[in-house]
Design a protein around this ligand. Sequence first.
Ligand code: NAD
Length: 540
Amino acid sequence: MKQDSKNNSLDKVRSHLQRECFNKLFIGGKFVEPIEREKLPTYYPATGELLHEFPRGKANDIHAAISASERAWTEGTWAAMSAVDRAKIVAKMAQGIEDNKEMLAEIEAADVGKPFRQAAMTLGGAANEGKYWCSLGEALDEEQDLPVNSGGGKGGLPPEEWNVVYRRDPIGVVGLISAWNYPLNVAFRKVCPALIAGNCAILKPSEIAGLSCMFIGKLAHDAGIPPGVFNIVTGDRDAGVALTLSPSVSMISFTGSSITGSKVMEACAPKLSQVALELGGKSALVVFDDTDLDKAVETTMKGFLTNGGQICTAHTRLIVQDNFKQPLLNRLKEELEKLPFCTNPIAEKNRGDRAWEDGKTDVVQPVVCDSQHKKILGFLNEAKAVGVEILTGGGVPDETIVGHSGGYFIQPTVLVNVGQETDVWQKEVFGPVLSVRSFSSEAEAVLEANSTKFGLASTVMSSDPARAMRVANRIRAGAVYATSTGEGILAEHPAVSRGGFGCSGVGRELGISGLHEYTELKSVNYTGFSLADAKIKDAK
Ligand code: NAD
């Protein structure tokens, strides 16, 4: 009976996936077969069953998409439109996500293994974020021909007769390469600013779980984006490499691991093309002993278990004040061992990542795929081998506890006595694994928080506001939360720019800075006429 309901949910998703957009590439405004007609498989993480086979685009397909994009760029209609007009078209795409949220959430639940409830919430977030990006169309138009303050020659500034305006030009043909953990959100966060800024774009979603991203092609088609302005080529690493190497691609916006990010940068270096890199993290949760114990437990769980620990900002290093360590760990162990596993994410409508509203993560989802499962177990084995102690978890849960065999489940794991030099402290595990160290002074807390090469996010918990802010200010990360309650940890707002320090990234996303990443700043120095004259002539 239980197995039947699982099969029914999977069959329903498979029927969604019969639509053309989930079976073809989107190039030059048309859905087309990949040239070599190859396919890649994707599996349901809860059981390991085959979910779907989607096109494996290769270098030749990427080149076809680049040619279509170049034609659209050279023809110039899209770049010549006002940003407000481009945003009106992109807004239709954002609305399309909202209108199809249930279907897309079922697809992401089946593809990533995340509870339907969580997928629906984050997809709603993508639609809202799209609307936010569209609101920036007006801001971008207002930045065109913005006079540069001459300063009248004072203090070394240009003299008054210098007539200069700034413009924000699109970059050209841009490549968008995305990760699998929040597939549509990560991709749409690139698509919106790239298009609103006037670029022509090629999206290459992740081969591990990128099915929902393919729907963006249908949305672009239905919204009336001109042919070639937006293209999607699904495929693996080879397709990504071809996109980064092409001399016709003037910018790569990449979200993925730091190792791949450095390869992307290397590929772009010879042609000196732009890169925007949103990479991995190893975020710290620093907890002082004046924090409420319940709140500390809740925040720790939320920090490292949201999306099964597969979130770039996962707080996977707990740094706790010495005398607060034991009470916190005792409660954490008790709570973690009570958590149920999410055996059928597609049908999980009531639980999952309550982090986003109730302050709890109440169900443990499978990790995304077999290779990720093996990689996490490899980290755990290595930790055991170097003497790290396991407080709870540490491996694969028993089938009788999960409720069925198969599937890529890992027990929520807490590691103690973790050396600063160990891989589980220094590297991104990207699974439900927390490493713990302690501190005795504020200065030591800061040193511990800054003891990795990453710098994506971090949180400080204390009921002393001055201390919370002081420590937050000394942590080297692109997004820091200072809190007495843990409320808002992992939260993002599209208007608030963020990005990585160190190995966590290059550039900033979200907010107006995120839109500027997809533009080139240009100064136009004009003499012998007024700007008003130029505008009158232009209007004729
Ligand atoms: P990944 O680096 O393995 O792959 C990312 C994308 O790059 C995929 O589409 C892949 O096909 C492509 N790719 C692989 N090798 C390539 C190459 N040599 N050249 C060009 N493209 C190549 O990452 P992943 O496993 O898909 O995603 C998980 C990672 O993403 C984690 O490290 C996570 O922290 C990070 N992430 C970061 C953010 C952020 O905003 N900072 C958000 C989400 C995920």
